[in-house]
Design a protein around this ligand. Structure first.
Ligand SMILES: NC(=O)c1ccc[n+]([C@@H]2O[C@H](COP(=O)([O-])OP(=O)(O)OC[C@H]3O[C@@H](n4cnc5c(N)ncnc54)[C@H](OP(=O)(O)O)[C@@H]3O)[C@@H](O)[C@H]2O)c1
Length: 222
């Protein structure tokens, strides 16, 4: 299999995906906005390049020749003092740039990391609508994420076969890789769920190497 391109490669999910890909012998184009800020990323099989996930020209150019792309970008690394600086269209712009850029570059598969907040609760409403389950202060970020998901869904049967993998609860950076996970549906699982970034990355790479979900969003459970 050819290599992959990882947008947000310097972040927690991006690093986990890069490590998992390297563990499977896949080459990685690691996309960051400012390579000088990530001197530790370059390694055997990892090429660090500059790129912004909201720039369609850039996404296509850095992805060309790769078999799949991973969208592990977040405009905020949190905790944030507020979301005044958040562009509510950030994830829509990223979706547009990825769908257009990847199609143009002939990259047929996109795996994106979603946000727990827009899974559905037991009442059928998004988790973010329940102020007990989800802090209202983070709602603008959740809405922006959800708009990006809607944009992917609106693409229909376009040239890029995308899937959004949404953690079914919290994500933990230091939790170990177990290699185990389950894919769920649109519903948030009951009870506390914590998934390691490393196991999320296992799911991401599995959906690249052996795709099982197409043009849909699913939850990833530990
Ligand atoms: N429980 C959950 O559902 C849950 C929990 C955590 C995260 N997530 C989701 O998982 C995804 C990854 O999150 P994470 O925790 O890995 O985030 P992170 O550690 O904050 O990393 C995000 C990365 O995105 C990069 N970035 C920001 N703007 C960019 C742009 N315009 N173009 C390219 N790269 C850009 C940042 O790098 P620079 O700023 O250096 O460019 C950063 O390295 C996000 O979608 C996040 O919402 C979900």
């Amino acid at each position: 299999m050819g290599g992959i391109v990882v947008f947000g490669a310097g972040g927690r999910a991006g690093r986990a995906v890069t490590a998992e890909a390297r563990g499977r012998g896949l080459e990685v184009t690691a996309v960051v906005r400012d390579p000088a800020r990530y001197p530790d990323l370059a390694a055997e099989g990892v090429t660090v390049v500059r790129g912004d996930v909201t720039d369609a020209g850039a996404t296509g150019a850095v992805a060309r020749g790769r078999v799949a792309a991973v969208h592990a970008v977040s405009p905020f690394s949190g905790p944030e003092p507020g979301f005044d600086a958040l562009d509510p269209d950030f994830f829509v712009k990223a979706a547009d740039a990825l769908l257009d850029g990847l199609a143009e570059a002939g990259v047929g598969r996109l795996v994106a990391v979603g946000l727990f907040a827009d899974l559905l609760g037991t009442d059928g409403q998004p988790v973010m609508d329940d102020p007990v389950a989800f802090p209202a202060a983070i709602r603008p970020f959740a809405l922006a994420h959800t708009a990006g998901l809607a944009r992917l869904r609106a693409a229909g049967d376009g040239g890029v076969d995308w899937v959004v993998l949404t953690p079914g609860g919290g994500l933990e950076q230091d939790a170990p890789r177990t290699g185990r996970y389950r894919l769920g549906g649109e519903r948030a699982p009951g009870g506390a769920q914590v998934l390691s970034y490393a196991d999320l990355a296992v799911a991401v790479l599995d959906e690249i190497e052996t795709p099982t979900r197409h043009r849909t969003r699913v939850s990833v459970l530990s």
